[in-house]
Design a protein around this ligand. Structure first.
Ligand SMILES: *Cc1c(COP(=O)(O)O)cnc(C)c1O
Length: 398
């Protein structure tokens, strides 16, 4: 009998009951704006910031409207000006180059390697072309962070980390988002906590924190923050920093606080599913799994494998055959961007360079979402289906 998978690759878990109760409470009192507080009240948003700062060990935290907004704010707060260049990953998602474009800057893409991380030799070769690196931990793959920081520190390059896929992850015991000057996270539905939209910004630098807070639209009410620098720091920036509104609201913060408390348990559940997929796909002829470093704690909310150096027709065959059996695979090598699989050569508002090394890797990258609504058995079944279809196509294409 041919197995067919019937699950839904984009169905999230419901919002937990304690988060629903917290949201209802905010709606009952009506004070949804983060600065609309009753006498003596601490807003949900300020509490979320305090809790996320404590969780990551950062001195300061700012909650904002989206992950993309957090990155654009980080670029502004570290001083990126229109016309400046910003180093970033060739393999990432559209909000990353989009945030660079939003401040009028120009991306310089650094190659991706077969580990799906930024190619550090290419970074070393290009590091003198910009003052800032917006480093995307795309799909949760962390590069050798010590070596990356050595390269950037030696060149005086400021690092901003895009941790949209690494909330809950760490490298060599250090939380992702704590290597660079700023860490940016997304709380959008498809990430690791779900408020529909939302973002978090962390830093240890008081001036960057103050600028980001004023940028986000603090209406000079920054003293109501619980994870912000002292008021004196704001005195230096408040007249020269524009308000580019992008605050988080108390409703979102209320549903995020209980989810953050559950995050470690959710990470363990994701990784059980990731390992079932990985085990099921191991040693499939023609298919390359992505090795993970021993010092990397990752969050298996998605899994990637490579059909390296396959002809496009073979990859398309695999996608079609898996789809017929209910398994939705995304391919970063397609001729046209589909859904979130756009590539650096799709972002034509910026200069499109020639990156043959990245092209070779991207042409083989297959991406699978792993929602927590899947059971571990579902993941084992998905792996069996992919394995048999990859094997069938690999044999017939020789
Ligand atoms: C989702 C995502 C972001 C941020 O996205 P928002 O939708 O703006 O919250 C940033 N980088 C990557 C790689 C992402 O996938």
């Amino acid at each position: 009998m041919v197995e067919i998978f019937t699950g839904n690759f984009t169905q999230q878990e419901p919002i937990p009951e304690d988060a629903i109760a917290a949201a209802v409470e905010v709606m009952r009192h009506g004070r949804l704006h983060r600065y609309n507080t009753a006498e003596g009240e601490l807003s949900e948003t300020a509490l979320l910031e305090q809790e996320f700062a404590a969780r990551t060990g950062a001195k300061y935290c700012l909650a904002v409207a989206s992950g993309g907004y957090a990155m654009a704010t980080a670029l502004r707060a570290v001083g990126v000006q229109p016309g400046d260049t910003v180093l970033t990953n060739a393999f990432t998602l559209a909000p990353v180059p989009g945030s660079i474009a939003s401040v009028g800057a120009k991306p310089i893409y650094v190659d991706v390697n077969e580990a799906l991380t930024i190619d550090l030799d290419d970074l070393a070769a290009k590091v003198d072309q910009a003052k800032v690196l917006l480093l995307s931990h795309m799909r949760g793959h962390l590069c050798d962070m010590e070596r990356l920081m050595q390269i950037c520190d030696a060149a005086g390059v400021t690092v901003i980390e895009d941790c949209a896929h690494t909330m809950g992850a760490s490298w060599n015991g250090i939380v992702s988002g704590r290597f660079g000057a700023v860490g940016c996270y997304s709380c959008q539905t498809y990430k690791h906590v779900n408020s529909g939209e939302g973002g978090l910004f962390i830093t240890d630098d008081p001036e960057i924190a103050a600028r980001a807070t004023v940028l986000s639209g603090s209406y000079m009410l920054y003293e109501r923050h619980l994870a912000a620098p002292a008021p004196e720091v704001f005195e230096q920036v408040k007249y020269v920093t524009p308000n580019i509104s992008g605050r988080m609201d108390n409703l979102r913060a209320a549903i995020l606080r209980p989810q953050l408390r559950d995050l470690d348990a959710q990470v363990a559940r994701w990784n059980d599913r990731y390992r079932a997929l990985e085990d099921g796909l191991r040693d499939t002829p023609g298919l390359t799994l992505v090795d993970r470093s021993e010092v990397e704690v990752y969050v298996g909310s998605s899994i990637q494998f490579l059909l390296l150096d396959w002809a496009p027709e073979g990859v398309q065959d695999v996608l079609r055959r898996c789809a017929e059996r209910g398994v939705e695979l995304k391919w970063f090598g397609g001729a046209e961007p589909a859904a979130f699989t756009s590539r650096y050569d799709s972002w034509r508002y910026a200069e499109v360079p020639s990156l043959p090394k990245s092209d070779r890797v991207l042409a083989g990258v297959i991406d699978i979402r792993v929602p927590l609504t899947f059971s571990v058995d579902d993941c084992a079944q998905i792996a069996r289906i992919i394995r048999s279809e990859v094997a069938a196509v690999f044999q017939s294409h020789g």
